[in-house]
Design a protein around this ligand. Structure first.
Ligand code: ITT
Length: 202
């Protein structure tokens, strides 16, 4: 099962699993409560979500904890990336808040607008053992945000070496997996590591 309540993430996690012949139900579909994310790292919070879901269902549970880390903001929003969008999950408001803080710091040139996404993935097995991996993708923050694809902060994130934001890419391009590439997004790169550990080859 996929231990997320975020529909954007769920779609990507399902797409990443599909070539390995793995179909999964989600925590949302099973009506599971969202555990409190009390960890102080992406890895810890991924573990909290995966372990809670595996215990509740008896199924192997796959969780992602992720976020946007902005250099000029000392790593914020980081593990609080979802919280910056508030109860209403307003990511335009969260991106605007980041932009305001960057402007206050005079961070207008691309070299002062460096950021990366992190994805920590955890699979918790019913016998209590865990598989844990983490990966990142580096880029620059664009303003104004561009594109309507993806979710969360995608429209503001320009991955290094590309001229389009994640919000302007299809999910296939954002994954950047074979035959198109070796993994582009933080989640796809982490997934490649996870697949090596515990999935049949594609
Ligand atoms: P779950 O805990 O239920 O999985 P969540 O949205 O609360 O869902 P996180 O705690 O991991 O997930 O928060 C990560 C936030 O970072 C997420 O809400 C997104 O807004 C943002 N984020 C993570 N990966 C992203 C991506 O690939 N593109 C855009 N934004 C992303």
């Amino acid at each position: 099962m996929i231990a997320t309540h975020n529909p954007g993430k769920l779609a990507e996690m399902r797409e990443l699993l599909a070539p390995h012949g793995v179909e999964a139900v989600s925590a949302g579909e099973l009506g599971l409560a969202e555990p409190e994310e009390t960890g102080d790292s992406f890895r810890a919070n991924a573990g909290i979500k995966a372990i809670a879901a595996a215990k509740a269902t008896g199924l192997p549970a796959f969780a992602d904890d992720s976020g946007l880390v902005v250099d000029a903001l000392d790593g914020a929003p980081g593990i609080h990336s979802a919280r910056w969008a508030g109860e209403g999950k307003d990511f335009m408001a969260a991106m605007t808040r980041i932009e305001r803080l960057l402007q206050e710091r005079g961070a207008t040139a691309p070299e002062h607008r460096k950021a990366h996404f992190v994805s920590a993935l955890c699979v918790a097995w019913p016998d209590d053992h865990l598989e844990e991996v983490e990966a990142r993708v580096d880029g620059t923050l664009a303003w104004p945000p561009r594109g309507t694809a993806g979710f969360g902060y995608d429209p503001a994130f320009l991955p290094d070496g590309y001229t389009r934001t994640f919000g302007e890419m299809s999910s296939i391009e954002k994954h950047g997996l074979p035959p198109l590439g070796l993994g582009l997004s933080h989640r796809a790169r982490a997934f490649v590591k996870l697949a090596e550990i515990c999935l049949e080859p594609r």
